[in-house]
Design a protein around this ligand. Sequence first.
Ligand code: PEP
Length: 254
Amino acid sequence: MTHSRRPLIAGNWKMNGLTDEAMDLATGLVTRMTKMPNAPFDMLLCPPFTAIRMVAEVLAGRLMIGGQDCHAAEKGAHTGDVSAAMLADAGCTFVIVGHSERRTDHGETNAVVRNKAKAALAAGLHVIICIGETEAKRDAGATMDVVRSQLSGSVPGGANSDNTVIAYEPVWAIGTGRVATPAQAQEVHAEIRTWLAVRLGDEQASQIRVLYGGSMKPDNAAELLALMDVDGGLIGGASLMAEDFWAIAQNCIS
Ligand code: PEP
């Protein structure tokens, strides 16, 4: 982390969070955040669609709330989908797009992800664009190629440090308990920043937040969050326990 970029600790609850769990988790985090009014990090919760409104009420603006996905269209005949405007209407200020589980389970291509990101920006949301290589691509030495091509394909025009966050999530580390080494994470994050500098200019590249995601836990967060080009975490499993999620965030306090 560097002091010029405010760390973002984002929780991706995935398909978890019935009413009681969602309320408990949100309440546990708000209680902690209330005791730390000048926390030197942003905290974002991304519950499932069904829990967004009630979690937003509990958070009451003290933590940020986001969706886990949105449709690329503004509205219309898309059964089961949710638009970016609907997320904003429900209280969200962020949305995750291009998570590897969406890319795999729903066949989302870079072009789909870019259109979703574009729709999110048009609706006034901040967007977290996820990228990351599979284990096969890493083993083949193609990590940087994958990352660069996902960035080229997924980041829309108009993206900047005020409205966009990049999350580097190696697919082999998501939900597996295997975590990138600090050297692996820093190498890719630096490459992402280099790409951003070419695309958006040095100034923007130095300000845009790049999160690490993939089995970040209280016992490995310190070394990852200390890396120069890591500006926070996108956290799945460990975001489902208030204590663990909060413990991860404490590593942002210098
Ligand atoms: C994620 O889903 O974005 C993620 C990083 O999950 P986990 O922390 O469980 O690996």
